[in-house]
Design a protein around this ligand. Structure first.
Ligand code: 6PG
Length: 250
């Protein structure tokens, strides 16, 4: 589904309503809500709006678990880290228990080691929350089902840290991988969840803004096969819901 808006504010308000609704339903149905967060600049307003009292009081924070779709290889305290963005705009302002927050551990070892460590933490998280009967299936390398993954898209069609032409687009087994060479903006190594993980999410919510991105979105909709070759974002086709919130102005 694609919903178009005149401004980032309107698109962000729509994102907030969806996040609140999915969080409340997941918490009521299963006792927890798992949210994958996006980096970049566009989602900043969504995070700030979620922290506003009128929205924050509707969210069952104790039952919300926060993960990142990708991270730049920077200390988490660095202002350009995706963790810092969410921390300053949201997590610092609401009552989320620290144990519910799962930053990508950029402070530890090499990017490859950090990716493996994050995958281990994710596996542990999901194994402890699955009904016993399905746990074995999970251990065989199945992918987790996040309740909601928020994603952005770069001007080259990348999403998370999955860039055009990257061999990582072929990953079939790992949940988390590293992009060892300096890539994107800022040009640093990166760590990212993989396509199969995003494609297993119950809901994927893209938040994009500006005419260039809307043009890419049009290509994804009109010529999906061609788009898949050029734009990693076109490969996000979750089994669950896919919602694009697109603001005309950047
Ligand atoms: C990052 C990202 C990245 C981002 C897009 C869109 O670490 O840079 O997570 O995939 O979502 O580049 O970013 P903007 O919203 O800044 O255009």
């Amino acid at each position: 589904m694609v919903r178009k808006f005149a401004s980032v504010r309107e698109a962000s308000e729509a994102a907030v309503s969806i996040i609140i609704a999915v969080a409340r339903k997941a918490a009521a149905d299963r006792g927890f809500f798992s949210l994958v967060l996006a980096g970049g600049t566009t989602p900043g307003l969504t995070y700030r709006l979620l922290a506003e009292p009128a929205n924050a009081r509707q969210i069952p924070w104790q039952q919300c678990y926060f993960f990142w779709g990708d991270e730049r290889w920077l200390p988490l305290s660095h202002p350009d880290s995706n963790f810092a963005l969410v921390h300053e705009a949201l997590l610092d302002k609401v009552k989320v228990p620290g144990r519910n927050i799962f930053p990508i551990p950029t402070g530890e070892g090499t990017p490859g080691e950090a990716a493996a460590l994050y995958e281990k933490r994710l596996r542990f998280f999901f194994q402890n929350r699955l009904p016993a009967a399905t746990r074995r299936g999970n251990a065989r390398g199945d992918f987790p089902t996040f309740d909601l993954a928020l994603l952005g898209m770069g001007p080259d069609g990348h999403t998370a840290s999955l860039f055009p032409g990257s061999p990582l687009l072929k990953e079939q087994n790992k949940w988390v991988v590293d992009v060892p060479e300096a890539t994107g903006s800022p040009p640093v190594a990166r760590i990212t969840l993989t396509l199969p993980v995003f494609n297993r999410a119950a809901t994927v919510l893209f938040l994009v803004a500006g005419p260039d991105k809307l043009k890419i979105l049009e290509t994804i909709r009109a010529r999906p096969q061609e788009a898949e070759e050029r734009y990693p974002a076109a490969r996000i086709r979750p089994a669950g819901n896919l919602v694009w919130l697109a603001a005309e102005k950047g």
